[in-house]
Ligand binder design. Structure first.
Ligand code: ADP
Length: 543
């Protein structure tokens, strides 16, 4: 027997309409690429999103067409999020930090029709324009006064001119909720980038989850600043979540250094933020040297890579900021799990709370998880063993664009994350590695993440990365690569001493190498592929 409730579609346009009607005066504040701070309200944002949809319709854009952006977190990008999906087209956010040939590959693969680009990112597009065969128009996200006097690109369009004179009365179409709304490519750290095509339905369900009490618990009294870029996994859903909940949104534009972030957070009374660990390393360093504390911040969501325990402690002890540790992937819209405390756990001693936070949280409602061995057999969820992590849920990818990467999807509807994890008996997820980064030593696995985290807690260590190198007896053994803090003299012996009681004895690295910088990829993760190349011919002691 079927239920008798209305089958109204869940659509992204409903989010901006709701914000405009019920939170009309709540602000969206942006540090603009042109320089000044820009502020307006959700009501004004909705009007401009409608004008943009009208302009796109005039350019001949139809439902299902892909519209690309190469842009920072700012108000025009915000408008694109709602205008493009709202009119039934597909918003494709491109990562400006990708190599030019990756950008070309992805834009061609997606068959992007129009490309919107921030003023200071225009050189990226100029360099690849001749190779973008499907792109009909390039729009610079600025006003006429800031348009470049000359450009290698013919017929550049100006964003503000497109909007000017449009009535802003666009009526959002009632598309099928399962139709595509936005598109993100995985960063290609494993093979060619693959397209993850989100639907209106998956985005709305993910947004409802994000704003809910046990997750971010967003209200109109919060002020949120996503440092996580809008070109990386939908800024973890925060753009939609803030509009749905009437939360004040602060967008940092291109200035992501510690001082700029601190100043914006302070001026706008930001109480919640979100970003990858490397961003926070930089902010904490700034606060340390400038003698500042994050007075108004209460919580910060950190994910994308494992959060070192030392960072969780610093945030709490130095700034009274609670870290919420999240795990997710582009393929999960992207949130799969995050720190939430069971009844009574908030009263635990802080050491215990830090322990729980150093794990990757617990699944959010809607995401199911299991671990399996290499033969696909289920493994116990009691923390005794690590296995390949599989997930499923209404905002988990069911396939990649154009049918690629089929092997990641099992017949039972589970998605292979490529992560190795433990599922603890208290429900926590503990990521031990990406499967390609795990170190296989004597038939057992060493978690590079655990070793890195332990090393990051050692005084004098700024950043640490662990890779496996070949070993005749053990197959592979760990090499610990360390970047020291400026002026620190920390020695291998001191680091080994620090690690002694934190990891199993046989996990201790065979060697510690010091480097001036640890390479990061386009989404802020440590580039282990680069490190493996760098240390390709390196021989561990005794090999
Ligand atoms: P990519 O395009 O590189 O796959 P994603 O942002 O989708 O970019 O990366 C997802 C991956 O990032 C996960 O599969 C996992 O390996 C890693 N990751 C994300 N969050 C965490 C975390 N909290 N701890 C450890 N690893 C994480």
């Amino acid at each position: 027997m079927l239920g008798l409730m209305q089958d109204r579609p869940l659509l992204i346009s409903q989010i901006i309409d709701y914000a405009a009607e019920f939170h009309p005066d709540v602000e969206v504040v942006s540090r603009s690429v042109e320089g000044p701070i820009h502020r307006y309200t959700y009501r004004q944002a909705q009007l401009r999103a409608k004008q943009l949809a009208e302009a796109l319709a005039d350019l001949g854009i139809r439902q299902g067409d892909r519209i690309a952006t190469i842009a920072w977190n700012g108000y025009r990008h915000f408008e694109l999020y709602f205008a493009v999906s709202g009119m039934g087209a597909v918003l494709h956010t491109l990562n400006p930090r990708l190599a030019p040939d990756h950008i070309v590959f992805i834009a061609e693969h997606a068959e992007d029709q129009v490309l919107f680009v921030d003023l200071n990112l225009l050189p990226i597009v100029e360099a690849v324009r001749p190779h973008l065969k499907t792109v009909r128009h390039v729009v610079v996200m600025t006003d006429r006064a800031h348009m470049p006097a000359a450009s290698k690109i013919e017929g550049l369009l100006c964003y503000e001119e497109l909007l000017a004179g449009q009535p802003g009365t666009f009526v959002w179409p009632e598309v099928d909720e399962r139709s595509a709304a936005s598109l993100c490519y995985t960063s290609g750290t494993t093979g060619n980038p693959k397209g993850v095509l989100y639907s209106h339905r998956s985005t709305l369900l993910h947004t409802l989850m994000m704003i809910s009490g046990p997750v971010l618990g967003l209200t109109p009294d919060n002020t949120i600043l996503p440092v996580v870029p809008m070109f990386h996994a939908n800024a973890w859903g925060i753009i939609y979540a803030s509009a749905m909940s009437g939360t004040k949104l602060v967008l940092p534009g291109p200035k992501l250094d510690g001082q700029s972030l601190y100043e914006l957070m302070d001026a706008e009374a930001v109480d919640l933020s979100a970003g990858v660990p490397t961003v926070w390393l930089e902010l904490l360093r700034y606060c340390d040297t400038a003698g500042k504390t994050l007075g108004k911040m209460k919580r910060t969501l950190i994910g994308g890579s494992a959060v070192p325990r030392a960072m969780i402690e610093r945030f709490w002890h130095e700034h009274q900021v609670e870290v919420v540790h999240g795990w997710g992937m582009t393929e999960l819209s992207p949130v799969g799990s995050l720190t939430w405390f069971r009844r009574g756990e908030r009263d635990l001693p802080e050491e215990k709370r830090f322990d729980l936070t150093a794990w990757q949280g617990r699944p959010v409602f809607g995401v199911e998880m299991k671990i399996v061995d290499d033969a696909g057999r289920d493994l116990p969820k009691d923390g005794s063993v690590a296995g390949n992590l599989l997930v499923r849920g209404p905002w988990v990818a069911g396939g990649y664009m154009k049918g690629e990467g089929q092997s990641s999807f099992t017949a039972g509807g589970w998605f292979h994350t490529g992560d190795v994890a433990k599922l603890e008996s208290d429900g926590s997820l503990v990521i031990t590695d990406r499967s390609k980064d795990v170190i296989k030593s004597g038939g057992e696995w060493i978690s590079s993440i655990d070793l890195e985290n332990a090393a990051m807690g050692c005084p004098g260590v700024a950043e640490a990365a662990v890779i496996g190198l070949p070993h005749p007896k053990w197959d592979e053994r760990p090499l610990l690569i360390v970047m020291r803090k400026p002026g620190a003299e920390v020695t291998p012996a001191q680091i080994l001493e620090h690690l002694q009681d934190k990891v199993a004895k046989w996990w201790l690295p065979d060697e510690i190498a010091f480097v001036d910088a640890i390479p990061h990829g386009a989404t802020g993760k440590i580039l282990k592929t680069k490190l493996r190349e760098q240390f390709h011919d390196h021989k561990l002691p005794g090999t």
